[in-house]
Design a protein around this ligand. Structure first.
Ligand SMILES: Cc1cc2nc3c(=O)[nH]c(=O)nc-3n(C[C@H](O)[C@H](O)[C@H](O)COP(=O)(O)OP(=O)(O)OC[C@H]3O[C@@H](n4cnc5c(N)ncnc54)[C@H](O)[C@@H]3O)c2cc1C
Length: 446
């Protein structure tokens, strides 16, 4: 079988196929496989795992994860699909640990917005780059062939929609045609294709794209040519807290634990607890598309437990100020407005109150010394894609399956509804690893 794309989805699909005894060849356009997987934080939500048991979480279930996914999308995601992935992901992580020595643990101490349980799993290094590196090592050990600098440009299929092979273009322009018994599209979505982003996600058309530039909607294009159904193309993961101009994502944990965002007028503009994905749109709507995340020394300590934040600190993106006047001066914010904003949120925090945007304040009040980081909104990856069945087999518009074509990760329709606000933390790798295992297993049988 052939797999296009050597990110988390493609590598997990290859490992799953090898476990079934199939020969798997992965085609990757880059010289060194990285994908959006390497750019990510590498956090994967999974219920009912032994890694959760290890930290005392015994009451999580696939139904609870699926319910959280659906609640985030205001029930606009497909319930069957949410449960399909919620059921697949726990066993997938345990299998990666047992069969391939990829150790996972559950992040403790901070619950991601919208998740009812502590269920974010990570490898020890807590980065997507380490997750990708560990998957690559496992794939090599399992005799998966990975051909790099192999840009898949065309599919060969017959009139019944059966795929017979893939044309690959090499960096020097040479082409090679490679036959296959089954094909898995693991080449992510279309975040790297500005025309498609403008068409499907106009709110983020001018946002910085933070994902892998090689993800240019090839799966969508090929699916279209084969009569496949694509859904929810407006879905994506945005992020409303990317340090600017440093280009480093700042953990949303700071907002969830008491931080706030203000615009360049020194005023808050929304309920930060709605989520970091929709924050991208909220921030881009502010003057200059800029906001400042404001937190304090207590939250700075929390931030320093995250690799991205440590980098932001090292590059000077985090500004430190002993009082509000200095904070306003450092950020060129109107001092009176900023002071009024901070006085309001401190009072709300003391009273455990709810503000006019609907944010409920439960964390301790922000206190001097303060920190601030100048941020903008970004697009991380797209979540709409090809409609697939329980085996990750690609479906046509009339509900019939294409005989030997599979899709997963960002190439498939995810579980984030059809808008930027439907993304629940971890939906990206949930679909990459979850569909990777389903697609690899089923494609090997084909
Ligand atoms: C900054 C950031 C942080 C994130 N944090 C998280 C997180 O903590 N948790 C989470 O769940 N999600 C997160 N995500 C999303 C997550 O990274 C993606 O959902 C996930 O990595 C998708 O995996 P994939 O295998 O589908 O795609 P990718 O990892 O992008 O792999 C696709 C591969 O296909 C290759 N390719 C594309 N087209 C072709 C072609 N025609 N021929 C050959 N090769 C091709 C690409 O080069 C790429 O290597 C984050 C994303 C970003 C950008």
């Amino acid at each position: 079988m052939l797999i296009v794309g050597a990110g988390a989805c493609g590598l997990v699909a290859a490992l799953a196929a090898r476990a079934q005894g199939a020969e798997a060849l992965v085609l990757e356009r880059d010289r060194t496989p990285t994908g959006s997987t390497s750019l990510s934080s590498g956090f994967i939500p999974a219920p009912a795992t032994r890694f959760q048991h290890a930290i005392g979480v015994h009451d999580d279930t696939p139904d609870l994860l699926a319910a959280d996914i659906l609640a985030k999308t205001k029930h606009s995601a497909d319930a069957h699909e949410a449960l399909r992935l919620a059921r697949a992901i726990g066993p997938a992580l345990e299998w990666l640990a047992d069969a391939h020595g990829i150790p996972f643990h559950v992040l403790d101490g901070f619950r991601y917005p919208g998740h009812g349980r502590l269920r974010m799993h990570a490898v020890p290094e807590r980065t997507g780059a380490a997750l990708e590196a560990r998957l690559l090592r496992a794939a090599t050990a399992a005799d998966v062939s990975i051909v790099t600098e192999a840009h898949a440009t065309d599919l060969f299929a017959d009139t019944a929609g059966r795929v017979h092979g893939v044309r690959v273009t090499r960096p020097d322009g040479r082409t090679e045609d490679i036959g296959c018994g089954a094909l898995v599209l693991a080449c992510n979505g279309y975040g790297g294709a500005p025309d498609l982003v403008r068409r499907h996600i106009p709110d983020l058309a001018d946002a910085i794209y933070f994902g892998h530039p090689g993800n240019q909607g090839d799966a969508l294009r090929w699916g279209d040519e084969l009569g496949a159904e694509a859904r929810d193309l407006g879905a994506c993961q945005g992020h409303g807290s990317v340090a600017h101009p440093h280009g480093i994502p700042i953990t949303w944990a700071l907002m969830m634990e008491g931080g706030i965002q203000v615009n360049t007028l020194g005023r808050r503009f929304w309920n930060e607890h709605e989520g970091y994905s929709e924050a991208a749109v909220a921030v881009l709507r502010q003057p200059g598309g800029i906001a400042f995340g404001i937190h304090d020394a207590r939250l700075h300590e929390l931030g320093m437990t995250f690799e991205d934040y440590r980098q932001a600190e090292a590059t000077g993106a985090i500004r430190h100020a002993s009082d509000i006047a200095q904070l306003a001066a450092d950020c060129a914010l109107p001092a009176d407005a900023l002071a009024a904003t901070l006085t309001d949120v401190q009072a709300l925090a003391r009273a455990q109150g709810t503000d006019a945007f609907g944010r409920h304040f439960t964390a301790p009040p922000l206190a001097a010394p303060y920190c601030a980081v100048r941020v903008t909104g970004a697009l991380f990856h797209t979540q709409g894609g090809l409609l697939v069945d329980d085996d990750a087999r690609v479906l046509r518009g009339n509900g019939t399956v294409l005989p030997n074509l599979f899709a997963g990760g960002g190439a498939a329709r995810g579980v984030s509804g059809n808008a930027v606000w439907g993304y629940l933390s971890g939906n990206g790798l949930l679909a990459a690893v979850g569909y990777g295992i389903l697609a690899g297993t089923a494609a090997a049988r084909v």
